[in-house]
Ligand binder design. Structure first.
Ligand code: SF4
Length: 219
């Protein structure tokens, strides 16, 4: 029986026969050269459906297994979007670079986060987000970890998820003014979760421990 193939960055589709590959487009940014290459790949392999995802990627749907490696190779720097038991992505809002409500630069820091953490192996899938203000358009409140900008700095969040047992993230630290410090805290959250070696979303553990003890363990 066929299954997902995370080592090929591929998800088995409903027909239990074909796969989808997602573009590795951190923050949803693409340039004209990438768009042209994407169109070439879609035409070359006769891909019938291209769908934008909530992870700011594009899913190329309906690929046969024997074409997965070729498609990934042809996607070039857009190939290799992490999936499976690891950090999948960082959802990034326009932040203070473009959005009139932005209070922190979510794009610059979010792209750094993606570079540092995407693909890091963990006991369970792990989704991240960063929002430039408390409107939280990147939905950090339902991400495993992330940052929310405020006029005073970054709030560091963890333990949110959607799904059948949805949870809101809790605020581990607030008003972190240094980007390096915010990144270090995210790194600590990821190592802490990795060391737990439990095959559940981080939010379940957060719910069991309680915020006070969680701060003692991570900060
Ligand atoms: S979270 Fe704030 S900064 Fe980001 S897009 Fe939404 S309103 Fe703008």
């Amino acid at each position: 029986m066929k299954t997902d193939l995370p080592e090929k960055f591929a998800i088995l589709q409903r027909d239990k026969e074909t796969y989808a590959i997602k573009t590795n487009t951190p923050g949803g940014f693409v340039n004209p050269e990438q768009l042209r290459r994407l169109a070439e790949v879609v035409e070359k392999y006769g891909i019938q459906v291209v769908k934008m995802t909530s992870a700011q990627r594009m899913a190329l749907i309906g690929l046969p297994e024997d074409k997965l490696d070729e498609v990934s190779a042809d996607l070039g720097d857009m190939g290799g979007a992490a999936t499976g038991l690891c950090v999948h992505y960082v959802k990034i809002c326009p932040g203070a670079t473009y959005c009139k409500r932005g209070q922190q630069n979510s794009i610059a820091l979010g792209l750094k986060m993606d570079k540092m953490f995407q693909g890091v192996n963990l006991p369970k899938k792990f989704k991240m987000g960063i929002s430039g203000c408390q409107n939280d358009c990147s939905e950090v409140c339902i991400k495993d970890a992330g940052l929310i900008g405020t006029p005073k700095g970054w709030n560091v969040m963890l333990g949110g998820n959607g799904g059948a047992a949805p949870r809101f993230a809790v605020r581990l630290a607030e008003a972190v003014t240094s980007e390096d410090e915010a990144l270090k805290l995210v790194e600590r959250i990821i190592s802490w979760f990795k060391n737990k070696e439990r095959a559940c979303r981080i939010g379940k553990i957060v719910g069991e421990i309680g915020l006070e003890d969680l701060r003692k363990e991570i900060l």
